[in-house]
Design a protein around this ligand. Structure first.
Ligand SMILES: CC(C)(COP(=O)(O)OP(=O)(O)OC[C@H]1O[C@@H](n2cnc3c(N)ncnc32)[C@H](O)[C@@H]1OP(=O)(O)O)[C@@H](O)C(=O)NCCC(=O)NCCS
Length: 344
């Protein structure tokens, strides 16, 4: 339920920031969350229910064990429980929406496993609402299962990157757990709108037009697999979201940085993918650290110890060492008539 922040919650926010050792930047997101007090206490699944859920979600054995040992509790971890109840409430209330939620603050490592897994418990508590939304849209059980299972991938990625279990992409997963993103073959595809200046040109999409955002999970990016995803996407969104006419695809990624052309074969999958897009003029911030983390799956540190086996690995490192910057670029293209067939 959305309400105004109660007098009791204002000092509570100050207390929480101290108790959970959150930075000042967490204050306003907490204030926003405080407006979403649950109308009845949130209940987490018992061990038997949880076992069934975790099977369906495909969590790794290591994550299952750590998650169970990190169960939050209103008595033992009241601050984290306050946060959990409000995140669950907001996620349930915002099923089907596409605008970003007010951010869920990153929780510091000092809170231990219960902090690292808190948002996993939030997502699990919101599963029935996410599934109900999928059912209401006629989304097949298999598609529903695939997108909710992205949580398990994110947990595996985090373990590979940091060596410890937990979730650090909680805000990203709020899109998967409220019906905005679907797994359509090779690409994950998100309902969105043109929210950036696409640049000049008679064919440029109008700001505010519905658009499908393409997300690239790890793997290969062959042109055929992308074509297949686009065809599936047109049919899928045409069937399940017929009121949203998607004529454009968009993507925001390091993969679209045109500087990659200096290092990669023109026939490579990445360059072929780039050729689909018109880039938006905004070049965005320097994201060297993020790009290195994406490619090498380890925190940005000593560039000299990173492997140099592929043209991409060599290019990424040499570029940074030359004092240059990698950027996430945003691009768009008009979906072909064939790919749009289902959406018309
Ligand atoms: C984007 C991605 C799918 C492209 O993979 P791909 O289809 O193999 O890319 P290409 O065929 O164009 O690869 C060109 C070269 O880069 C190498 N390469 C591609 N991705 C690589 C990676 N993640 N790590 C190391 N090398 C990589 C290829 O082996 C090839 O090397 P070569 O020229 O020496 O033979 C892949 O990089 C990936 O999985 N990245 C992680 C997910 C990601 O970053 N998504 C975007 C999030 S914003």
């Amino acid at each position: 339920m959305v309400s105004s922040v109660s007098r009791a919650d204002l000092p509570h926010i100050q207390q929480l920031v101290g108790e959970l050792r959150l930075p000042a930047s967490a204050v306003l997101p907490l204030y926003e969350l405080a407006r979403h007090a649950p109308s009845e206490p949130v209940r987490l699944p018992d061990d038997a229910e949880l076992d069934r859920e975790l099977d369906r979600l495909g969590l790794s054995a290591a994550d299952r064990t750590d998650l169970l040992a990190a169960r939050p509790d209103p008595q033992r971890t009241p601050g984290l429980w306050w946060l959990l109840e409000r995140c669950v409430t907001v996620l349930r209330a915002r099923q089907g929406t596409i605008a970003p939620l007010s951010p869920w603050p990153d929780l510091p490592d000092e809170l231990g496993p219960v902090g690292r897994y808190l948002y996993v418990w939030v997502l699990i508590a919101a599963l029935p609402a996410a599934r109900a939304h999928h059912r209401a849209r006629g989304i097949p059980e298999q598609s529903s299962r695939e997108v909710l299972a992205v949580l398990a991938d994110q947990l595996r990625n985090r373990r590979a990157l940091h060596g410890s279990g937990g979730l650090h992409t909680q805000n990203w997963l709020t899109h998967h757990y409220r019906g905005a993103v679907y797994v359509l073959g090779r690409l994950h595809v998100e309902r969105t709108m043109i929210t950036f200046d696409p640049g000049p040109g008679p064919d440029a999409p109008p700001i505010g037009a519905p658009a499908l955002a393409l997300h690239i999970p790890e793997g290969r990016l062959t042109p055929e697999s992308c074509d297949d995803s686009l065809t599936r996407a047109a049919a899928f969104f045409g069937r399940h979201f017929p009121e949203e006419p998607y004529r454009y695809a968009v993507c925001g990624s390091w993969v679209l940085d045109p500087q990659l052309k200096e290092y990669l074969d023109p026939e490579s999958n990445i360059i072929k993918f780039q050729e689909r897009f018109t880039l938006a003029p905004d070049t965005g911030p320097d994201l060297n650290e993020t790009v290195v983390e994406f490619i090498f799956k380890r925190p940005f540190a000593d560039l000299d110890v990173l492997p140099r086996d592929t043209s991409l690995q060599r290019g990424i490192v040499d570029h940074v060492k030359a004092g240059r910057t990698w950027r996430f670029r945003t691009g768009w293209f008009r979906l072909s008539a064939a790919a749009r067939q289902g959406a018309e």
